[in-house]
Design a protein around this ligand. Structure first.
Ligand SMILES: NC(=O)c1ccc[n+]([C@@H]2O[C@H](COP(=O)([O-])OP(=O)(O)OC[C@H]3O[C@@H](n4cnc5c(N)ncnc54)[C@H](OP(=O)(O)O)[C@@H]3O)[C@@H](O)[C@H]2O)c1
Length: 175
């Protein structure tokens, strides 16, 4: 169970109204898309993300094929969409269904809301982030948990599990 996002430097995974245009022009390391297209077995998302971007054929540049599950409290008004199964069940049950469909590959969570619920239940194995060189200041946070306690993480890249990740930027020419 992999919680996988490209995130702004200030912690947003989407801008206001689910805007994703801030990702344009951000380059990813060579081979990344192909790598994820291979290792991803199925995707679990939420209804808001689906309503904003109902065409799932472009996941990983169209290089990926697999089942997409969308959690919603009202599946009855969801438009039938090729490759998408709407679920209205407990998140843990959605994970069980998604993992079964993933056939031993990763089930990736493309939802901030669902990721937080799964973290609470101890159902996230890893959080996989690509940090884009942009500050959004508004939008949908990776982890929105006002009043909650800090949640400690272990760094899985490198040898030091408690290491901070060091990045150094300067404001770009276009603002
Ligand atoms: N940066 C990236 O790499 C990346 C990748 C993928 C997606 N995204 C974006 O990330 C954003 C995610 O938005 P989000 O997390 O705020 O919203 P979301 O998860 O897409 O949608 C939230 C909705 O999902 C449904 N839902 C959530 N948990 C549920 C549960 N336990 N049972 C039943 N239904 C449940 C509810 O819909 P109902 O109204 O049906 O109850 C809830 O209002 C989207 O804009 C998406 O486009 C970014």
């Amino acid at each position: 169970m992999l919680w996988h996002f490209t995130m702004s430097l200030d912690g947003f995974v989407a801008g206001p109204n689910h805007a994703m245009d801030w990702m344009a022009g951000v380059s990813s390391r060579p081979g990344l898309v192909e790598e994820y297209a291979k290792t991803t077995g199925a995707v679990l998302g939420g209804r808001n993300g689906f309503d904003a971007y109902p065409d799932v054929s472009g996941i990983y540049g169209g290089a990926w094929q697999g089942r997409v599950f969308v959690l919603t409290h009202h599946p009855e008004d969801a438009p039938p969409t090729t490759g998408v199964t709407f679920l209205s069940c407990d998140v843990a049950e959605a994970v069980r269904i998604g993992l079964e469909a993933a056939g031993g590959k990763n089930l990736e969570v493309f939802s901030a809301t669902i990721g937080r619920q799964l973290l609470e239940r101890g159902l996230i194995d890893e959080i996989d982030l690509h940090i884009a060189p942009v500050l959004l200041g508004d939008g949908i946070r990776l982890f929105d948990n006002p009043g909650g306690d800090p949640l400690r993480l272990e760094l899985l890249t490198g040898d030091d599990r408690s290491a901070a990740v060091n990045v150094r930027h300067r404001p770009g020419a276009t603002r």
